[in-house]
Design a protein around this ligand. Sequence first.
Ligand code: SF4
Length: 363
Amino acid sequence: MMQLSGSPEAVLAAREPLPFADGLPQECSERELLDLYRRSADPAFATALFASAGRLRDRSLGRAPWWSAGISAITPCELDPLCDYCTFFSRNGAATADVVAAAGGISELGIRHLHLSGGTRLPAKDALIGGYDVHMIELVQAVREAVDVEIEVNVGPSLTRSGVRGLKELGVAAITSSLEVMNPELFARSKPGDSLAARIRLMELCEEEGMPIRSMMLVGLGETDADRVAHLHFLRRFSMLRHLRLSRYMPFPGAAAGGVRCSPWPLARLTAVARLLFPTLDLGLAAGNGPDDLALWWLAGGGNQVLGASVSMKDPRARKGADAGGEARAIAVGERVVVHDEMPRISRYLREMGLTPTFAPMF
Ligand code: SF4
C-alpha cells in the first residue's frame, strides 16, 4: 500500500492528512494495519493519521455528538469464577420497577437512547432458549410500555437466537457482544468463567438475524499490538456492526487482575485506525475513560455517541451525591434509583471544542 509510505517528518512537512479520504482500502492486510498502528506511536505520524480519521468522521457521520445513557447491573452476573478485573458485577439483578423508573428519569432529561446492561448467564450449549432471553424480552417490554426511548441491550453472551429474534421484534436498536480482548489465552486467564467463543457466536447470531451489533474492546489488559490490530481486522466480517466502544484498562482496587492503568495514547491511535477501517461506525469511549478523554477521542476520529447519564441502583450511598451541586447532578428517582446527569459538564467540554451535542439518536 503506497499510502502507508513516507516518513513522519515528510508527512508533517506536507501539513496534510494521510491520503485516506475514503478510509482504508478493502484489501488492506492485517500486517499493513499493524504497521500503520505501530508507526502512529510517533506523535508526528499520529498527527497526520488523526487528521485523516477526523475528516473521515466529519464526512461520514457529521460533527454533532449525540446523547445516550446507560442503566447497568440490570441482571446478576452468574459467572463463576468472575472476571479477574471486575469490581462492578452484581449478584442481584435490578427490580423491573427500578429499571423502568430509571428509564423514566433518563427520558425526563431529554435523552432518547438507552443501554440496558447487566451481567452474564451463559445459556446451556445448543439451547434453543435460555440465558437471559426471556428476562430481557420482558424487561424491554416493560420499559417500552412506560417510556418512549430507543433501547440497546448488553448482557454479555447471555442470549440465544430466540432472544435475538424476540428483541429484534420489539425494535431493540442493537445488541452488544463485547469481545474485550482477541487473545484466547489472555481472555481465558482474565475471564475464566466466560467464553470468547460464545461472545463471537452471539455476534454471528446477530449478523444472521439482521440485528445491529455493538461491540467493545478492552485496551491495556496485557494484549499485544498484534492482538489489538487482529481484533479490529476480525470485526470487519460483521456487516451489522454499528458501534465499537473502547475501554481503557484500569486496575480497580480489590480486583485480582492487578496490572497498570492503560495510557490514553494507544486508545486514541486505535480509534483513528478503527475510523479508517470503519468510516461510518460509531466509535465510543467505554469504561476507564472519562470526560477528560473526550478531546483526544474527538481529534482521533471518535464519534459521535456520548454518554450523558448513568444510573446507580445497587449502592444507596450514591444518593448522597444528589446534593453534590455544581455541574454534578444526581437526581433521586423513587426509593432506590439515582440518575447521574453528566450532560452539563460534558456539554461544556464539547462547547469548548466548538461542538454542540444533540438528543437525536443515529439509528
Ligand atoms: S461478565 Fe465479567 S466483567 Fe461482566 S459483570 Fe460478569 S464478571 Fe464483571
